[in-house]
Write a protein that binds this ligand. Structure first.
Ligand SMILES: C[S@@+](CC[C@H](N)C(=O)[O-])C[C@H]1O[C@@H](n2cnc3c(N)ncnc32)[C@H](O)[C@@H]1O
Length: 245
């Protein structure tokens, strides 16, 4: 299992060996792979996207070296993090790697309530995310198109970039003791494939908007993705917290 450097850097000072972990927002399985590789005793990888749950399962079981071992330690579950299908006080480590930026404030608040409920005393929490982009970053406009299309389609933003200082205060206010902050990427390399994936999201949301509005958002997003190509901007950070024993 290839584990990205951002994941290994976020986990290297955390007590992963033997821990029961919740990987909140499994995505393509990067952090799931990192936790399993680092010796977690169990990983509950939760996502509300069926394809992501399947990709996460396939990705780790494609590792021939440890197929049986991994299958025993992984449960990739399709569920909403606002109602996590785990019992109270049942996990020792929670990871949220690239999750918060896809949660609006109401969802973030509901998910944080669930983190507190499933966390055992002494549980660790790792929150990795992106600071808001600098005003002169081209990708900022592309993300604005995505949010505009999402607001029109579903009444909420697709992306919210929370400053590290905001999430630090937010989780500390919920009883998590702040442990450390580190920079994972600075600047963040936004690649052609990232940008075309975001332009594609605009197209999907735009399909649910009025024709003329949807068309102009799609056109502008495609134009921006082409014009920008690749860009290095912003910062990805890692915050670590712990609950009192
Ligand atoms: C950017 S990906 C996270 C990347 C992943 N942590 C990794 O290391 O590869 C965000 C994930 O959060 C999931 N997600 C967003 N909102 C959710 C919710 N309310 N409940 C469950 N999963 C959610 C998305 O479906 C997606 O799988």
């Amino acid at each position: 299992m290839e584990v990205p450097r951002t994941v290994t850097a976020a986990l290297e000072d955390r007590p992963v060996p033997g821990a029961r972990c919740l990987e909140a927002g499994a995505g393509v399985g990067n952090t799931t792979a990192g936790l399993l590789d680092a010796g977690a005793s169990a990983v509950y990888a939760v996502t509300n996207d069926r394809e992501h749950a399947a990709t996460t399962r396939e990705r780790v079981s494609a590792d021939g070296r440890r197929e049986t071992d991994v299958a025993d330690r992984l449960a990739a579950v399709e569920a909403d993090l606002r109602a996590i299908p785990l019992s109270d006080a049942s996990v020792d480590l929670i990871t949220a790697h690239g999750l918060c930026n896809v949660l609006d404030p109401a969802a973030l608040s509901a998910v944080a309530d669930e983190f507190r409920r499933v966390a055992a005393p002494g549980c660790h929490l790792v929150v990795d995310d992106y600071d808001p982009l600098p005003e002169d970053a081209g990708v900022r406009e592309l993300f604005a198109m995505e949010n505009a299309a999402s607001e029109m389609a579903s009444g909420g933003p697709a992306l919210t970039f929370y400053p590290a200082s905001f999430l630090r205060r937010f989780f500390a206010g919920d009883g998590w003791q702040f442990d450390r902050e580190r920079t994972l990427l600075e600047p963040v390399p936004w690649t052609t494939s990232h940008l075309s994936a975001h332009a594609q999201e605009v197209t999907s949301f735009a399909a649910e908007c009025a024709d003329d509005v949807g068309r102009s958002l799609t056109t502008r997003a495609d134009q921006l993705a082409t014009e920008i190509g690749t860009e290095s901007a912003g910062r990805m950070y890692s915050l670590a917290f712990r609950l009192p024993e």
